[in-house]
Unconditional design. Structure first.
Length: 163
């Protein structure tokens, strides 16, 4: 059973639903997954995407820049940069919002294409096994990244609740 994600949220619960949908929807875009492969920049990227998603969700709830900045514990300049698309994270999250507006809120996860095993030669089977192992490693990395995102989001929520 899927929950309705409001694109014009009213109240904290709806803001958080839109925020999470924007973050996850943006995180699984191919260009973002590519950026997240770099471990040196990963936490910065995740944080920037999380702030952009939070800012845009609050903007959709008609909060002012100063209210958003106070709510998220960031400067007004940072919030404006995300909202106006001066940051890559702000641009990507805004594109995700526009996609949601056009197509409805749908989170698409990367797909793995598999051919039937019975049609494979021994060499092809070994290639498939190798690709499967690569995809398992990729899935593990994504799971680890998602865990990091969840932890970051928990920290953000805790900061917001304490503010």
């Amino acid at each position: 059973m899927s929950e309705e994600i409001p694109l014009s949220p009213i109240g904290r619960e709806q803001i958080h639903k839109l925020e999470y949908a924007l973050l996850v929807g943006t995180m699984f875009r191919p260009e973002v997954l590519e950026e997240l492969r770099n471990p040196a920049e990963r936490l910065t990227w995740v944080d920037s995407l999380a702030v952009a998603a939070a800012a845009i969700a609050r903007e959709r709830a008609k909060m002012t820049v100063s209210q958003i900045a106070e709510d998220l514990g960031r400067s007004e300049a940072t919030i404006r940069s995300h909202l106006t698309g001066k940051t890559k994270a702000g641009q990507l999250v805004r594109q995700t919002l526009e996609k949601f507006q056009r197509e409805g809120v749908r989170i698409e996860f990367p797909q793995i294409q598999v051919r039937p095993v019975r049609d494979l030669t021994t060499v092809e089977l070994e290639e498939v096994k190798a690709r499967l192992e690569e995809e398992k490693k990729r899935a593990d990395r994504l799971e680890s990244l998602l865990s990091e995102i969840k932890n970051s989001m928990k920290e953000i929520i805790e900061k917001v609740e304490k503010a």
